[in-house]
Design a protein around this ligand. Structure first.
Ligand SMILES: Cc1cc2nc3c(=O)[nH]c(=O)nc-3n(C[C@H](O)[C@H](O)[C@H](O)COP(=O)(O)OP(=O)(O)OC[C@H]3O[C@@H](n4cnc5c(N)ncnc54)[C@H](O)[C@@H]3O)c2cc1C
Length: 428
């Protein structure tokens, strides 16, 4: 593919500045540029860049990848049919739920996926600049962002999108706060050569034991990449009250040894990296009059499985729609909608119920006795695990009317009503 570079210096002014060109930033920029907005995307990294991740694309993510026009490209790398669940004495093969999300997934290493998403933004007409770390934000007395600074460069904008990832350094300048009293994850990933690199099922080990045999509140994964290697990793849930008492990279190596035979691994895991994952909207101060955070910067990660690419892509599309509809376009004589309340309201409406119940379930998993007790019961039943995968992957569609869908929605509504922890809350 011919690599399309837009330019090497940022414009002096533009309609929208997007900080960060991961899935959230690239999707927001692509949708805005397709709608005719002038967009400049600034990313601190040089692409192709790596990102600590499991590289798994759920059916929910694939729906967005399809909408961006990249579905055949992703499925051409590998098509994943579902999960091979294992643990507590049972093996269960559970296909991804069919239905409006399409029933197939994929896995693409992030050096490749994010570069392709970035390219889609360029093709849509966005100006995308690598190696541009945003270090400052200029605000007016009315709270509106006027410009961002990246070293010596200043870019004036009518709207600012923060897609600057889990640490959200620019979000922090604007008051974005992560709340660790809500459940979060500590996770590590690696790459390993495997003779089963093209196996069309994800390995998901729900009985994740450390070297001393203690069951950890999390799971181990093997995502086949179809390119000679698998992405192998582990994730453990934690809260400020119950921090994960685990050396996650050691846990990963131990896990790799335990699945080496089954996955026909060749050699040791390499490129081992770890990261924290704020989840379930556990952030406040994610929007102002003409700015909004999206993706990991808005903690849009599923608390039950740590997936966030789908929410980053989906969130980018939803935010672009809001901006195109008149949101956050700066007052300056314009009648734009204030994003301060409008954007968190969209996120709560879209994810509130699913995240509330997932947060509760994930918090329960951090209670040491819960998983050893519940795991064997769940894994005994194919029906239960099929329903669990559907709920955990958040692929229950609004139009679904079956018992599982109704029960999940009802539980979500109750969890949301009882939820006292901040979810996409106002600035504190
Ligand atoms: C171990 C692990 C495993 C995971 N596995 C999966 C999985 O299998 N499937 C899944 O769906 N999700 C997974 N996730 C979650 C997923 O990685 C994230 O949800 C996703 O990357 C969010 O995308 P984003 O665009 O919001 O942020 P990012 O992809 O992190 O992009 C943020 C971008 O902002 C840039 N940036 C940061 N600061 C600045 C600045 N000051 N100026 C300019 N640019 C800046 C960065 O360089 C970066 O390119 C996993 C996460 C972890 C930690």
């Amino acid at each position: 593919m011919v690599r399309m570079e837009s330019r090497t210096r940022p414009p002096a002014s533009t309609d929208v500045v997007v900080v960060g060109c991961g899935p959230a930033g690239a999707a927001t920029a692509t949708w805005l540029a397709r709608a005719g907005r002038e967009v400049a995307v600034l990313d601190a990294a040089e692409f192709p860049r790596d990102k600590t991740c499991g590289d798994g694309l759920t059916p929910r993510a694939m729906l967005e990848v399809d909408r961006l026009g990249l579905g055949d490209w992703a499925r051409g790398r590998i098509t994943i049919k579902g999960l091979d669940l294992r643990g507590f004495g049972h093996d269960r093969r559970v296909p991804w739920p069919a239905g409006e999300h399409g029933g197939v997934g994929s896995a693409v290493r992030r050096t490749v996926l994010d570069d392709r998403l970035r390219q889609a933004a360029v093709e849509a007409g966005a100006t995308v600049l690598d190696g541009m770390r945003v270090t400052g934000v200029e605000k007016g007395d009315d709270g509106e962002v006027r410009a961002v600074r990246a070293g010596a460069d200043r870019v004036a904008c009518r709207t600012l999108v923060l897609a600057d990832g889990v640490r959200s350094p620019v979000g922090r300048l604007l008051g974005r706060t992560w709340h660790r009293d809500t459940v979060y994850a500590v996770a590590a990933r690696s790459y390993v050569r495997s003779r089963r690199h093209d196996h069309p099922w994800i390995g998901s080990d729900l009985e994740l034991r450390d070297e001393s045999g203690v069951v950890q509140p999390g799971y181990g994964w093997v995502f086949p990449l179809g390119d000679g290697e698998v992405n192998l990793g582990v994730g453990a849930l934690a809260t400020a009250r119950r921090p994960a008492d685990v050396a996650v990279k050691e846990l990963l190596r131990h896990y790799a040894r335990s699945v080496a035979g089954r996955w026909e691994l060749e050699g040791e895991p390499h490129a081992v990296t770890s990261a924290l994952l704020p989840m379930g909207g556990a952030v406040s101060g994610i929007a102002g009059p003409n700015w909004a955070a999206v993706g990991d910067a808005a903690a849009c990660v599923n608390p039950l499985n740590g997936e966030g690419i789908d929410y980053a892509l989906e969130g980018g599309r939803l935010l672009a729609e809001l901006i195109v509809a008149g949101g956050g376009s700066g007052t300056g004589g314009d009648s734009g909608t204030d994003l301060t309340r409008a954007w968190p309201a969209v996120l709560r409406e879209t994810y509130g119920e699913a995240f509330a119940i997932a947060r509760d379930a994930a918090r329960l998993l951090t209670v040491p006795w819960f998983l050893p007790l519940a795991g064997p019961v769940g894994m005994r039943s194919q029906t239960l695990m099929t329903a669990a995968v559907r709920c955990m992957s958040n692929t229950v569609a609004d139009s679904d009317r079956d018992v599982v869908a109704r029960a999940w929605r009802a539980a979500g509504a109750v969890a949301r009503r009882l939820d006292r922890q901040p979810m996409f809350a106002d600035a504190v």
